[in-house]
Design a protein around this ligand. Structure first.
Ligand code: ZN
Ligand code: MG
Length: 501
């Protein structure tokens, strides 16, 4: 076969092309690898952290702060001190920070042209420990950090965090903190000890970087309030190092009444948002003050329509939100007051009676209150008698309605909040209490009238209410034997109460 010069040239060109293509594709692959944020991030997080402390400044206001002063005070004592300032968005007016490699600003708000790790403070902190420093604090001596570190290392295993007071914080104190997700609540109380669950007042906190970034929301504000809610849930303890006092900047923050007002307002709003985000609806402060972050008269109920007798919160292993229990108690007290004053005989029914017998209150996972009434007494109550159809909003905002589902009445907490007390009208027929429509609840059955003769007083939800006599026999007739001693969710086929719950 004769190969022409032209053919030779062509073959050579193709070979060169292939080689070039191979290298181009290889470099492209490498470039892609480099650009993949996931890979880069996992590479970074796999790197073990070096000894030392990074200062993290998160708690400051845009409109007035001493962040630059805080940074300078640390750099003066420790020129190579790594410092990370974390903000939601680029602070404005801008922070005039020293242009140094060890001082970095991290913005939590993502920009669509940046990889995700850019917004993650954990990728900027290379040290084993992180020091959370509130605004307006200054470092007087490098020994302060050494002492905190010694305190933390000395109590390793017993505490995960060490907190030091800021000079101006008169409120610095050790607190017990009980957070219950099941009960949607956080309860603070003063602790006389040096080791506790949380620290109140302004504080500088030292902890392991790995611990900080193992939290669900490490950068949520207010930073320390958020930190201690999360650490309390993990059983982590904090040591209050009273002897290591940090001084406040010589010119205090928020000198004008207006900026103090603005700062207070922001802090309060953030705290409210934090508890709502964490779904903690009832907070008891150390001074006993209660805060409610759940439903009220002019909001909707905390949970949606109940299917299969199993409200949605049970599937999340939570019980009835405390705001709902409170509203149910309030509605019960109100309804019983009206029934009594208008001469309607009533009694605690079903699960409501069960709760009263067990602990004089609503069962902690129940979602409504049930009362039995005598049908013939309905005429005596002005709200019930007029309810052929439709509903009436009374002067206190409660909604009285005849249920569309059958011959029973429902009193709702308000027009928007549908927490309710159900009234089940029974009548006597040959000594048996019966009614015309029945639900598919197993406790919805006829019963001898002698249980109502007489009705007996029983404490329920803070009300001196009336209940059937011989309540044990009454309840066992309705629910089965041993029902008082063996709590169970309303529909165990859907969701069972586990022993460890
Ligand atoms: Zn509620
Ligand atoms: Mg019920």
């Amino acid at each position: 076969m004769r190969v022409s010069f032209c053919q030779l040239l062509l073959t050579g060109a193709i070979m060169v092309n292939l080689v070039v293509l191979y290298y181009v594709s290889k470099t492209q692959q490498q470039m892609l690898k480099h650009k993949d944020p996931g890979r880069a991030a996992s590479r970074r997080s796999a790197v073990s952290r070096v000894t030392g402390i990074t200062v993290l400044i998160r708690e400051f206001e845009d409109f007035e702060n001493w962040v630059v002063g805080v940074v300078q005070s640390f750099l003066k004592e420790r020129p190579d001190q790594p410092i990370v300032v974390v903000a939601d968005r680029l602070p404005y007016p801008p922070l005039d920070l020293p242009d140094k490699r060890n001082v970095q600003v991290v913005l939590l708000q993502a920009s669509p042209d940046q990889p995700y790790y850019v917004t993650r403070p954990e990728f900027y902190i290379k040290t084993e420990y992180t020091l959370l420093v509130p605004d307006g604090v200054q470092l007087d001596s490098t020994q302060q950090l050494d002492r905190l570190l010694r305190e933390l290392e000395a109590s390793k295993g017993k505490v995960r965090m060490v907190a030091a007071p800021v000079q101006t914080a008169a409120t610095f104190q050790c607190l017990n903190l009980r957070v219950s997700l099941k009960e949607w609540s956080a309860v603070y109380s003063l602790s006389p000890a040096q080791v506790c669950d949380a620290v109140g007042g302004e504080a500088v906190v030292l902890l392991r970087t790995e611990d900080l970034f193992n939290l669900s929301r490490p950068m949520a504000r207010p930073l320390t309030a958020s930190l201690f809610v999360q650490s309390a849930l993990r059983g982590w303890r904090v040591k209050a190092a009273d002897s290591v006092v940090f001084s406040a900047h010589q010119r205090s923050l928020f000198m004008s009444a207006h900026s103090q007002w603005k700062a207070d307002l922001n802090a309060k709003a953030r705290l409210g948002r934090l508890f709502r985000d964490f779904r903690l609806k009832h907070v008891v402060q150390a001074d006993g003050k209660e805060q409610w972050h759940g439903c009220g008269k002019d909001t909707s109920r905390c949970f949606g329509t109940v299917h299969d007798d199993t409200p949605e919160y049970l599937y999340e292993n939570r019980w009835t939100p405390p705001c709902c229990l409170r509203a149910l108690r309030e509605t019960t007290k109100y309804v019983i007051g009206i029934l009594e004053s208008s001469g309607v005989r009533y009694w605690l029914e079903g699960g409501t009676l069960l709760g009263a017998v067990r602990h004089q209150d609503i069962i902690p996972w129940d979602y409504d209150v049930d009362l039995g009434i005598y049908l013939e007494d309905v005429e005596n109550c002005e709200f019930l008698r007029s309810l052929d159809s439709g509903s009436v909003v009374d002067e206190n905002g409660y909604v009285w309605e005849k249920a569309v589902e059958g011959d029973f009445y429902r009193v709702q907490y308000s027009e928007s909040n549908h927490l309710h007390v159900d009234l089940w009208p029974f009548y006597a027929r040959e000594g048996i209490m019966t009614k015309n429509t029945w639900t598919d609840h197993k406790q919805d059955v006829e019963f001898p009238e002698h249980f109502l003769k007489p009705l007996v007083p029983m404490q329920f939800a803070g009300v001196n209410a009336l209940a059937p006599n011989n309540h044990r026999r009454f309840l066992e007739l309705k629910f089965g034997e041993g029902v008082i001693e063996n709590p169970q969710y309303p529909n165990p086929a859907k969701k069972r109460l586990e022993k460890m719950d």
